[in-house]
Design a protein around this ligand. Structure first.
Ligand SMILES: NC(=O)c1ccc[n+]([C@@H]2O[C@H](COP(=O)([O-])OP(=O)(O)OC[C@H]3O[C@@H](n4cnc5c(N)ncnc54)[C@H](O)[C@@H]3O)[C@@H](O)[C@H]2O)c1
Length: 321
């Protein structure tokens, strides 16, 4: 099946592309390369450098490629940028989604999968939240993901487009961009491997649900290709396992120190220091992926120990260590 992946040159999108190829599908990528990187993609994958907000350029891609399904990963994903520039966030995350939905509907796409976010949708939760947990988005980024899901539901009702919202927890793994603010794992890996200091905000007892990128990519492949329980559906994608930033920093400290020793480097990795708490950070956020497990037999195959090890090793290779 030919599947258009928007944001396919990014962190999660490029892993989806890899898995689609592995199981015999034909991915095609649209990306404006604002945070994505062409090096994430195999050369054989058709690539269109297009902004999803550019209706005419997007229409030309749909006309040429005629995809049967669309996997929409393209987004601006900085919560703080969304707070400072809510109209930019809405432009990319709402208008960009809408233009992709419109082109999908006009060109006869059967199914549309959307990268939503459990982290920003459910807000503060101490127990893993199921899909029926009330939405409580507080940032413009969260509001745009919530609004996006409402538009998906509209396109299903009005046009019969099959739509799936995948509500990711905190995704980590190889190829994550360490330059942003969202990827704490990527930031710690890169800085610690350089022997640079790292800062933990507040007391570090901020609980998150870290899910490995290949497990998230597999959820996308299932949502794109398997029979859906209903024509519009939302699935959480996470582990439900609480990990706080202190534990994360300790694990990455141990793994990066080991990687440096194995490479014969004398670099010492400093222990993380504590800084002031970051305004608006949730204390606890976890998602319950029972529905995805029961529907498709999906599992979070990669536990945090092995996922972090693979990620540290990838960052070490990238750094020439
Ligand atoms: N990483 C996480 O923990 C997480 C959690 C919840 C949801 N998400 C969602 O998953 C999706 C993928 O995120 P990611 O972590 O891979 O980030 P990413 O920044 O690596 O990927 C986003 C991709 O979209 C592209 N893009 C951005 N604006 C575009 C535009 N206007 N037109 C075309 N392409 C554009 C970027 O160049 C990039 O390749 C996003 O929708 C994000 O909101 C991510």
């Amino acid at each position: 099946m030919k599947i258009l992946v928007t944001g396919g040159a990014g962190f999660i999108g490029s892993h989806i592309v890899d898995q689609l190829i592995e199981v015999g599908h034909e991915p095609v990528v649209v990306d404006d390369l604002s945070t994505g990187n062409l090096a994430n993609l195999p050369e054989s994958v058709p690539f269109h450098k297009v902004d999803v907000c550019d209706q005419a350029a997007l229409a030309a891609v749909f006309e040429k490629e005629k995809p049967e399904a669309v996997c929409h990963q393209a987004a601006q994903m900085s919560v703080s940028r969304s707070v400072n520039e809510p109209s930019f966030d809405a432009q990319v995350n709402i208008m960009g989604l809408l233009s992709t939905l419109e082109q999908s509907q006009k060109s006869g796409v059967k199914r549309f999968v959307f990268a939503s976010s459990g982290g920003v949708l459910y807000g503060e939760v101490t127990e893993p939240a199921s899909e029926s947990h009330p939405a409580n988005p507080i940032s413009p980024y969260g509001i745009s993901k919530f609004t996006g899901e409402q538009y998906l539901s509209f396109f299903t009702r009005e046009h019969g487009l099959e739509t799936v919202a995948l509500r990711y927890a905190n995704v980590y793994g190889p190829r994550q961009n360490p330059h942003g603010e969202a990827g704490v794992v990527a930031i710690f890996c890169q800085r610690m491997l350089r022997g640079e200091g790292t800062r933990i905000n507040g007391d570090g007892k901020y609980i998150r649900d870290y899910v490995y990128v290949e497990d998230v990519a597999r959820a996308n492949v299932l949502a794109l290709t398997e029979t859906l329980p209903t024509t519009h559906v939302a699935f959480n994608v996470g582990t439900g396992v609480p990990v706080d930033v202190n534990e994360l920093a300790e694990r990455i400290h141990a793994l990066t120190s080991q990687a440096l020793r194995d490479a014969g480097r004398s670099t010492t990795v400093p222990q993380s220091e504590y800084g002031p708490p970051r305004a608006g950070d949730l204390r606890s956020n976890l998602v319950d992926a029972t529905l995805l497990k029961q529907t498709y037999g999906w599992a979070d195959k990669t536990q945090i120990e092995s996922g972090l090890k693979t990620t540290v090793n990838w960052f070490a290779r990238e750094a020439g260590i």
